[in-house]
Design a protein around this ligand. Structure first.
Ligand code: GDP
Length: 304
């Protein structure tokens, strides 16, 4: 399965080390817990979340007097599950969207290079495959490449991309895109925005302006503000999440590039710190490598 393959490096990093830490031991002791702490930190779970897990295990060791190393897997699984925010949308079938009498609007934020355009393209493809009418808005007008990339995805998938070219006012693009999506009675409108973190006030004002513009056509939009983070950057992704959540009401996360990294533990740390559900994970470059996040499957895959 793509998920297992995508998380392979994280899994190997985690389990070969965990295996070594408990080899020849029957009891979970201080030494095992110390080693586990190092392992979790090296998998980029993050210091705070790691300490939380270790403390919980210490409590259990104290309470039960004796904790068998064979049980460690099971308990660790439970603790990690509890720290992952549930993705409620995973209850729905994959890539389903709520039925509304107007387009469901997703605003996508994130810094350059994290996989924002690719994620939008993959989402558009999935919705399109489900027979949904999709419109894309190229409001990341700061970079010519962003507009071009989105157009390429639009052509590949076969959905309209509303763009005014580079350097145009993002909210003007949003205006045209929301208008078009409404006229077409589209099911989904996905808007790509510029992620300029170096000027927070500007970013905030720009996002606020875009929201107001969409609301002229779709009063309760945006229905989702999706922050895209590159999982392979580990703690860098955490820092970006801190910055974005300060300025933006982020409602969901997409964590990309989990394939090819041993830092997949970052999903656990981010979910715990921000209490925002991870909605999608990216485990490769193909369309089907964008997956709806399901915490039980994720944990299963880590412990397989
Ligand atoms: P943007 O600047 O944030 O829009 O980034 P792009 O969408 O252009 O993506 C940057 C690069 O990351 C591209 O080469 C993508 O193919 C790649 N990419 C995006 N998501 C994933 C993923 O989940 N796995 C892998 N391996 N590559 C990805």
């Amino acid at each position: 399965e793509a998920l297992d393959k995508g998380l392979e490096k994280t899994k190997t990093n985690f389990f070969s080390k965990l295996g070594k830490a408990i080899a020849g031991k029957s009891k979970v002791d201080e030494e095992v817990l110390d080693e586990l702490e190092n392992i979790l930190i090296s998998a980029d779970v993050g210091v705070q979340t790691t300490l939380k897990i270790i403390e919980r295990l210490e409590e259990r060791v104290k309470r039960d007097k004796y904790l068998n190393t064979e049980e460690l897997d099971k308990i660790l699984r439970e603790e990690i599950m509890a720290l992952l925010q549930e993705n409620k949308s995973a209850d729905l079938a994959d890539f389903e969207i709520p039925k509304l009498n107007h387009p469901y609007v997703i605003m996508v934020v994130g810094v350059n290079g994290v996989g924002k355009t690719t994620t939008i393209g993959k989402l558009a493809a999935q919705y399109h495959l489900k027979g949904k009418k999709v419109v894309l808005g190229a409001a990341d007008t700061f970079r010519a490449a962003a507009v071009e990339q989105l157009k390429i995805w639009g052509e590949r998938v076969g959905v309209p991309v509303i763009e005014l070219g580079m350097g145009k006012e993002p909210s003007s693009v949003v205006f045209e895109a929301a208008k078009k999506a409404s006229e077409m009675q589209a099911d989904v409108l996905i808007i790509d925005t510029a992620g300029r973190l170096h000027n927070k006030l500007h970013l905030m004002n720009e996002l606020a302006k875009m929201k107001k513009t969409i609301q002229k056509f779709i009063p309760d939009a945006p229905h989702e503000v999706l922050l895209v983070l590159d999982g392979s950057t580990g703690q860098n992704a955490v820092m970006q999440a801190r910055e974005f959540t300060k300025t933006t009401d982020v409602t969901a996360l997409a964590i990309t590039k989990l394939d090819g990294t041993a830092k997949g533990g970052v999903v656990i740390g981010i979910s715990d710190e921000f209490k925002i559900p991870v909605k999608y994970i990216g485990v490769g470059e193909k369309i089907e490598d964008l997956q709806v996040f399901n915490r039980a499957e994720f944990v299963d895959s880590l412990f397989k």
